[in-house]
Design a protein around this ligand. Structure first.
Ligand SMILES: Nc1ncnc2c1ncn2[C@@H]1O[C@H](COP(=O)(O)OP(=O)(O)OP(=O)(O)O)[C@@H](O)[C@H]1O
Ligand SMILES: [Mg+2]
Length: 269
């Protein structure tokens, strides 16, 4: 299955192979991230989702093949230009010690700063906007390492948003969040996408959230893309079995009408 026929793609991978020393994790992968859409990557633990996202964000160099941004090899584009186009929130980001929330979010503005102008009104606005949208404004003066897991995750999302890039890569942005903050963050991602035309690639574990929020769903297994396309085309019981080894039924989501995965009966003894 492929992307809707006329979708263009600024970011993609060509025969991409990724490895950690001897261990190959992703092999010969081709991907076109559709512009102005929300792409969600799903797949079992250790199948290479984070590895792929890190390569798309230039945190990891391809062993073979390439990542292309606007037709250019990502590895050859100056760091600053990459950072102005592309924001990446890793799965487990590490904050500098004793940094406040406001200071961490402000770091998202670094790619936009110049030596003659360290901080502009634009920076101020972007930071305030990102903090308001992620509901962390009240935490501004707190230290990041003193926050709860969910608060910290929203602060990282705020930092990525403050970067105001056209392309946003988010690795499990909802993992530590309670259900209402999960929905809030995913709605926010959709809103950014719709109102500002942002292209988003997110790794999610919850298949039902993936089906609800993705325009384009990519299912990975053992470092390869097994299926991709619209959730309504891709999410089927056979795919869940093939990718996750899980027996499940797929029924219409009572709210959206899209596919909803319901795992088989729990163990009852
Ligand atoms: N820095 C590293 N050095 C060596 N091996 C690594 C490194 N990071 C990841 N790996 C290995 O690469 C494989 C893929 O890891 P990756 O983090 O991409 O998986 P994932 O699909 O994101 O999984 P999860 O759902 O658990 O986050 C795993 O076998 C992992 O052990
Ligand atoms: Mg991961």
């Amino acid at each position: 299955m492929t992307v809707t026929a006329n979708a263009t793609s600024r970011l993609g991978a060509r025969e991409l192979t990724l490895a950690y020393e001897e261990r190959t994790v992703v092999e010969g992968l081709d991907l076109d991230v559709p512009d102005g859409r929300v792409t969600v990557i799903v797949g079992p633990n250790a199948c290479g989702k984070s590895t792929l996202l890190r390569a798309l964000g230039r945190l990891l160099k391809p062993a073979r093949g390439s990542v292309l941004l606007d037709g250019e090899e990502l590895a050859r584009i100056p760091t600053r230009r990459v950072a102005q186009s592309l924001g990446l929130l890793p799965q487990t980001p590490v904050a500098p010690e004793a940094i406040t929330v406001a200071d961490l979010v402000a770091r998202g503005r670094q790619p936009h700063q110049r030596w003659w102008q360290q901080w502009s009104e634009d920076d101020e606005r972007a930071v305030a906007d990102a903090m308001a949208r992620t509901d962390v404004a009240a935490l501004a003066d707190r230290q990041v390492d003193e926050l709860s897991g969910g608060q910290r995750q929203r602060v990282w999302i705020a930092m990525a948003l403050a970067q105001e890039t056209d392309l946003l890569l988010l690795d499990e942005p909802t993992t530590y969040l309670d259900i209402s903050h999960q929905v809030e963050v995913l709605d926010l991602v959709r809103r950014l996408n719709h109102e500002r035309g942002r292209t988003v690639v997110a790794v999610l574990h919850d298949l039902n959230q993936a089906a609800r929020y993705a325009d384009h769903l990519v299912a990975m297994k053992a470092g390869r893309v097994v299926a991709e396309g619209r959730p309504s085309d891709v999410v089927r019981a056979e795919l869940v079995r093939e990718v996750f080894g899980l027996e499940a039924v797929v029924v219409p989501d009572p709210v959206t009408g899209g596919p909803m995965v319901v795992p088989g009966r729990p163990w009852e003894g």
